[in-house]
Design a protein around this ligand. Sequence first.
Ligand code: ARG
Length: 460
Amino acid sequence: MSKLWGGRFEGATDRLVEEFTASIGVDARLWEVDVRCSIAHARMLGGTGILPEAEARALVAGLEALGEELRSRFERGEAVFRPEAEDVHSEIERLLTERIGAVAGKLHTGRSRNDQVATDTRLYLRERSDALAQELHGLESWLVGAAEQHLQTVLPGLTHTQHAQPVSLAHHLLAYFWMFERDRERLADCRRRLDVLPLGSAALAGTSFPLDREQVARELGFGRVSENSLDAVSDRDFVVEFLGAASLIMMHLSRLAEELILWSTPEFGFIELSDAVTTGSSIMPQKKNPDVAELIRGRTGRVNGALVAALTMLKALPLAYNRDLQEDKAALFDGLDTAHSCVRLMTRMLRDARFRTERMARACESDYSNATDLADFLVEKGVPFRQCHEIAGRMVRDCLERGIGLEAMPLERMREFSPHFDETVHERIRPRVVMAARASQGGTAPAAVAEQLRRAHLLV
Ligand code: ARG
């Protein structure tokens, strides 16, 4: 078939140029939303009398049948679109023409590919973003469920990757819950600005046909129609916003992945990942590698790259549509696919991981992570905190020299550092008691975490 825009041209397009400008390899996946968008447009053309009812009906019926055909052909894995095609919009119009003849040429009345592609992309992203939010919800539910089991499980809380103070595994897992909850909020927020229909803006300036844009918006489930045709066809803020949200999701996943990698080393030994999500080595028979976690960590860069690509594509772009904008989809789809599969695989990996809680508990022994509480003990006796810090520091040094933990220092020895120590001190500095003492709102004590869990439950 000749090109959608062939009339003005005398000479043929260079083959290299055709290949260079084509987007079918990337935008083929928009076929389903493209057909839906065209059906809504055709119905409106009939409803407003811009086209005779019979022609509009022929268009709608043809598009519906084409949609069915495409679905089953794609399901069978057939190559439906010609590799040399320009884009998904021209291919669908070509296939519709094959099916219903010349009347297919009326579909593009009052429409341009510029508003069409902006509409398709919004529709597609809306659905995929909802699916991603659903996947995040699954991860969050797992985190809440696991936290419920581990209110009393202690592990060393770290700062600077050094033992700091004991925390509960529940508290640690819920920290990730809140990150992913913010991510889900961000997706919901992006969705509000995604909810705008560009169709009806035509190429850039609107159209002379009396379109009913509200009808199209209703049919496609958009809450609003765009206010300015120039803005509508050039706006890809929603791509940037989504990729920003996806980059944060990936950043959060990468932090969790990194911890799982560390935790599965023999040095930590806090977690054992299942055979189903780990891989072996072609040379070292003993290996069980956390490749899934590593790939999640590694793919974070891809989504960050997609965000930068989208921002850079838009920078200094004059109004209105420019072909640069075609580059939005490669970035968007890669970001979408990557974030989606990474959230899914993270959930899968966590679901059958085994926490080695005895290793976590042992790591809290003799690790001086109760030194703050030793100081706090003296504070409670009325000694100024600065002085307490100094005393506890000297006690740590003394124990280090002897190769023992603070809890192994006898009371008589402690009293040499401060007469305020009494027989209750050893109980007070046990890891579990230390953890339970941090009962401030949002703290790691089981009572505080139970309250945190209650709030988390309201959200999943
Ligand atoms: N394939 C184009 C894109 O993805 C849509 C077509 C608009 N092309 C044009 N020459 N105005 O942006």
